[in-house]
Design a protein around this ligand. Structure first.
Ligand SMILES: [Zn+2]
Length: 187
């Protein structure tokens, strides 16, 4: 089961903006930097991605032209193939069960009633985060000593990923780069 398509998401952005304090706490929005929260349970792994949209696309606004929509759809398709992005040891026997993508405007312009001219102007100043929730079921999470993160390969605008990992026994934080893209799980 996958999340909404990007087109429907775009239509829902105004609502999302109102609910920006929702499930995800939005940390600093810094182009080039993405964040991952990894939780490893007994039989499941959930990964939250929070990234400026500019890390994933060549632009950071609601897709408008056909070319932009095409690029956004391709980005969404890539993220939906989460088992090619987050690589678990085979012995853990993990399978992707759910991917949900959403976008949040970080614009603090609160006036949603703006006329079109204003909206067009504001578009150049807006910042958008993409939030992804990736859920895996694993038969043996104890075998997860590493998680390979292939986001750099698919999205070269990402320069650094700040990852936090919570297991049933430990918590850790690690900074990933294109040269050091494997999370090592401390237990
Ligand atoms: Zn931005």
């Amino acid at each position: 089961m996958y999340g909404l398509t990007f087109g429907r998401l775009a239509a829902a952005i105004a609502l999302m903006a109102a609910a920006a304090q929702g499930a995800h706490e939005h940390a600093a929005h810094e182009h080039g930097v993405a964040r991952l929260n990894v939780s490893i349970g007994a039989k499941a792994v959930s990964i939250e991605l929070e990234s400026p949209l500019a890390n994933l696309l060549s632009f950071e606004h609601t897709p408008e032209s056909e070319a932009e929509k095409k690029e956004a759809n391709a980005m969404e398709d890539t993220l939906k193939k989460a088992d090619a992005i987050f690589i678990f040891p085979k012995s853990a026997n993990c399978k992707m069960v759910k991917v949900e993508l959403s976008m949040a405007h970080l614009d603090d312009d609160e006036d949603e009633e703006d006329d079109d001219e204003h909206a067009e102007h504001a578009e150049h100043a807006e910042h958008i985060d993409l939030d992804g929730d990736f859920d895996f079921e694993c038969q043996n999470t104890a075998a997860i000593g590493t998680i390979g993160v292939e986001l750099f390969k698919f999205f070269p605008n990402i320069e650094e990923i700040e990852a936090r990992v919570v297991t049933q026994k430990s918590q850790s934080a690690v900074e990933l780069t294109p040269k050091e893209k494997t999370i090592k799980i401390g237990r």
